[in-house]
Design a protein around this ligand. Structure first.
Ligand code: PLP
Length: 401
């Protein structure tokens, strides 16, 4: 019989992918299920980016590239970091991978081993803990409750650091909460980290361009330049340019770390898709008006959802600073009963009830380390969103308090 490796038991399938699959199954059975689970923009990749890909194919850019990315793309990434983040990275300090996810995977696999700890502020993106566990490390979760704006406070960081800490993973704007750190907040975290020179920082900036309101985006190395030599700045084209399927992510960091990551990638996937790399250059160097236009569409949807949910008794949320998710509390519904007598005790019970009673899929906060909340993605059209909010209201109303 086929025996699976022990490391496989340490991880679970991505809950968001599972939920998407469940929605498709239910739709195939003829149910009118609405899925507000998407982790990707609902827009098409802009025309000029798709044209760049077609040109790349016509020009024969169809062969293996350098493992760490084509020189042309790494140069475009260096220009992006300088232009948008004020960060200078040499060509050998940049890696291109199959999405930001592979960048994180490479970095963790290269540096984390048995007994090592990685600080993961909760709520967190579902993949961080599993990648750490796969590497044999231990995720150390730090609760960042809604009262703290879902953000890591310096004192909490200080308490979480041990001699075995290898990394702090920072994700701003955050999936699922949308919380974004200001420059001052990053500086305060930097002050703690400067007292602990063995701790490195991985910043996942994939939602950089999806910020709302007045706050300007700042990445950690920009706020704390003294720590650029132990920071890995991760980003990609997936969310900002509606390019999730193209699978291009990148990072800037200290050259020895990047070299190790390239070595690992050389024995797994090799370089990212050559055509997608050409398209990513067009995205980074090309016109950015698409990014700004999308941001204002997302902002309108965010405001509409928050306003619709504010009328639902038992649900509590505030407008996120960034990304395209509302992370709402359902704790006000805990203890209430479904008509069949079953009690809603946690976010899984609530999400199950919403799906079964209203044909609406949202994601349980337990998957993100916060069991009092649930995540609703507003990366879909306004009519669907409003119908989704109406169904959430009906699901809450049907409960017996
Ligand atoms: N980081 C965060 C916080 C995400 O939410 C996601 C996707 O949902 C990723 C990284 C993955 O990005 P990519 O598509 O570039 O692999």
């Amino acid at each position: 019989m086929l025996q699976f490796a022990e490391r496989l038991n340490r991880i679970k399938p991505s809950p968001s992918s599972m939920a998407g699959q469940r929605v498709r199954e239910l739709c195939a059975q003829g149910r009118n299920v609405i899925g507000l689970t998407a982790g990707e923009p609902d827009f098409e990749t802009p025309e000029h980016i798709r044209e760049a890909a077609i040109r790349a194919m016509a020009e024969g850019k169809t062969r293996y590239t350098d493992v760490g990315g084509t020189v042309a793309l790494r140069e475009a990434v260096a220009r992006k970091f300088l232009r948008e983040n004020g960060l200078e990275y040499a060509r050998d300090a940049i890696i291109v991978s199959n999405g930001a996810k592979q960048v994180i995977f490479n970095a963790v696999l290269c540096t984390v081993q048995k007994g090592d700890e990685v600080i993961v502020p909760a709520p967190y993106w579902v993949s961080y803990p599993d990648i750490v566990l796969l590497a044999g490390g231990q995720p150390v979760f730090v609760d960042c409750p809604a009262e703290n704006g879902f953000k890591l406070r310096p004192d909490d960081l200080e308490r979480a650091i041990s001699p075995r800490t290898r990394w702090l993973i920072l994700n701003s704007p955050n999936n699922p909460s949308g919380a974004s750190y200001s420059r001052e907040e990053l500086v305060a975290l930097g002050e703690v980290l400067q007292r602990h020179p063995h701790v490195w920082v991985m910043t996942d900036d994939i939602y950089e361009h999806l910020t709302y309101g007045d706050g300007t985006f700042t990445t950690f190395a920009q706020a704390v330049p003294a720590m650029q030599d132990r920071t890995l700045t991760i980003n990609g084209v997936s969310k900002a340019y509606a390019m999730t399927g193209w699978r291009i992510g990148f990072a800037g960091g200290p050259a020895p770390l990047i070299k190790a990551m390239v070595k690992l990638q050389s024995q797994s996937t090799s370089g990212a898709n050559s055509i997608a790399q050409a398209a990513a250059i067009a995205a980074l160097d090309g016109p950015q008006d698409f990014v700004h236009a999308n941001r204002s569409i997302f902002q309108k949807r965010r405001d509409a959802v928050v306003s619709a949910l504010s009328g639902v008794d038992g649900i509590d949320c505030f407008a996120p600073d960034g990304a395209f998710y509302v992370f709402a509390s359902c704790a006000g519904l805990f203890g209430s009963k479904r008509p069949d007598g079953q009690v809603i005790n946690n976010s899984d019970d609530w999400v199950d009830w919403v799906l079964n009673s209203q044909d609406l899929a949202v994601l349980q906060g337990s998957a993100y380390g916060v069991d009092t909340h649930f995540r609703l993605s507003f990366a879909t059209d306004m009519d669907t969103l409003m119908e989704g909010c109406r169904r959430l209201g009906s699901a809450a109303e049907a409960l017996v308090r």
